[in-house]
Design a protein around this ligand. Sequence first.
Ligand code: GDP
Ligand code: FE
Ligand code: FE
Ligand code: FE
Length: 195
Amino acid sequence: LVFANTYSPLSSEELIAKEKANMDENRFNHCVRVSETARKLAELNDYDPEKAALAGFVHDYAKQVPVETYIEVIKSQNFDQDLLNWNRAIWHGIVGSYFIKKDLGITDPEILQAVYRHTTADVEMTTLDKIVFMADFIEPGRDFEGVEEAREITYANLDDGVGYQLAHTLEFLIEKRNKIYPRTLEAYNVWSIKK
Ligand code: GDP
Ligand code: FE
Ligand code: FE
Ligand code: FE
């Protein structure tokens, strides 16, 4: 596990220790695999691999933060109060970026934005946003119907991967009759419709 720590005042060891302390072992191992996958996608897409590896490593830093803590932060830190109608699945990216800044000292806006967008995607996405979004979906530990196709598509063309993931996620949410976060739907309309 290696990445540039030029984006955090912490040493790599401290950063890894903090991340480990904030989640269980399965989640930690997922973050390591996302980091490695993000590095590969960066190399294929002319992006800084060290920066992508760090963003991938921290992307789920706040995944296991307690609900009460999330609610406090949403109320006190000027977040859209509509977030209170959602849950940790949506919070850990959007509000997770706040914890990454506060606890890990990462202030780089590109990294914070990639974390912010990693669950819902967005209408406009930077290369780093797409890399983290896709690495999360295709890391080697993922096992769902279509994951091999998702990997092939994403390694061939990052934007096509984004479209594939959004269609897949929407299908999955509709199948379960879950609520669709409006930004996820807006992103689907941009990235996934057949042209
Ligand atoms: P993970 O954190 O590595 O498990 O992966 P993600 O951050 O991509 O996704 C977390 C969860 O959020 C997944 O179960 C997605 O299906 C779910 N999710 C993504 N978009 C939406 C949405 O619009 N609405 C709801 N309810 N859930 C969503
Ligand atoms: Fe996540
Ligand atoms: Fe994701
Ligand atoms: Fe993840």
